[in-house]
Design a protein around this ligand. Structure first.
Ligand SMILES: NC(=O)c1ccc[n+]([C@@H]2O[C@H](COP(=O)([O-])OP(=O)(O)OC[C@H]3O[C@@H](n4cnc5c(N)ncnc54)[C@H](OP(=O)(O)O)[C@@H]3O)[C@@H](O)[C@H]2O)c1
Length: 215
C-alpha cells in the first residue's frame, strides 16, 4: 500500500473512531444539539472520504462489454465508460452499423479511440455469442463488466411473432450472453459486475394486474 493511501486510511480510522465516541455520547440525555450536528458532520466526512477512495476502482485494464451499443442507451453507456477510462467492447448485431457508431464516437472525441473496440454480437445466435466469448478471452483474457442492454421494444404490438421476437431477444438472448460470458468474468478486489438494463414494462406481475381486468 502506498504512503498516501496509508495516511488516508489512518486519518479515516481516527475520524471514524472519534465520531463513534461522539455518537455514543450524543445519545446521552446531556448531549447538546451542537454535539449531535458535529457528530453527524464528522461521520459524513469519514464516509465521503471512504467513498472517494473507493470511487475510482477501475482502470484501462477494466474491460466492459455493452450489448446492443450501436445506438440509444447502449451507445451512450459505451461512450461514457470509455470517457471514464474503461476499455469498452461495443457490440452490435449489424457490423456496419456497429462500426459506424464507434467511428462517429471517435470522430467526435478522438481520445476515445484507445478505449473503444468493436465486435459483432447478435444475442439470439449461439455462434455469434461464442465468437464474442473467444474474442474476449483471446484479446483481453476475460471481462470485468457485462452490460446487458440489447433489447427489442415491440411491447405495444399484439402480433404473435413480435412477442416471440421480444422474448427470444430480451429473455433468451440476455440469458444466452450471460451464461456464456459468466466464466470469463474476472475475479477482482471490487468484484465483477453484470448490469441488466431493464424496463418497468418487463414487470409482468404489475402489468398483468393493471392491464388485464379479467385476472
Ligand atoms: N429508451 C427508454 O425509454 C427505455 C426505458 C426503459 C428501459 N429501456 C431499456 O434500455 C435498453 C436500451 O433501450 P434503447 O431505448 O436504447 O433501445 P434501442 O435504441 O432500440 O436500442 C436497442 C439496441 O438493442 C439492439 N438489439 C436488438 N436486438 C438485438 C439482437 N438480437 N442482438 C444484439 N443487439 C440487438 C439494437 O440493435 P439494432 O439497431 O440492430 O436493432 C439496438 O442497438 C433496453 O434494454 C430497453 O428495454 C429503455
Amino acid at each position: 500500500m502506498d504512503t498516501q493511501r496509508q495516511l488516508q486510511l489512518n486519518r479515516i480510522t481516527k475520524l471514524t473512531t472519534k465520531s463513534h465516541c461522539l455518537e455514543s455520547r450524543s445519545h446521552s440525555h446531556t448531549a447538546s444539539s451542537e454535539l449531535q450536528i458535529l457528530t453527524r458532520f464528522i461521520i459524513n466526512m469519514a464516509r465521503a472520504l471512504l467513498f472517494d477512495m473507493a470511487a475510482r476502482w477501475w482502470s484501462e485494464k477494466t474491460v466492459a462489454v455493452v450489448t446492443g451499443s450501436n445506438k440509444g442507451l447502449g451507445q451512450a453507456i459505451a461512450r461514457e465508460l470509455a470517457r471514464n477510462g474503461v476499455t469498452v467492447v461495443s457490440t452490435a448485431r449489424d457490423t456496419a452499423r456497429g462500426l459506424a457508431a464507434v467511428d462517429s464516437a471517435v470522430k467526435e472525441e478522438p481520445q476515445l479511440k484507445e478505449f473503444l473496440h468493436f465486435h459483432q454480437l447478435d444475442v439470439t445466435a449461439d455462434q455469434s455469442v461464442a465468437e464474442l466469448a473467444s474474442y474476449l478471452q483471446d484479446t483481453f483474457g476475460g471481462v470485468d463488466i457485462l452490460i446487458n442492454n440489447a433489447a427489442m421494444q415491440k411491447f405495444q404490438s399484439e402480433v404473435y411473432e413480435d412477442a416471440v421476437d421480444t422474448i427470444e431477444t430480451n429473455y433468451f438472448g440476455t440469458t444466452r450472453v450471460t451464461e456464456k460470458l459468466l466464466p470469463l468474468l474476472r475475479a477482482s478486489p471490487f468484484g465483477a459486475r453484470i448490469v441488466m438494463v431493464s424496463s418497468q414494462v418487463g414487470q409482468m406481475e404489475v402489468n398483468i394486474q393493471s392491464q388485464t381486468p379479467l385476472l
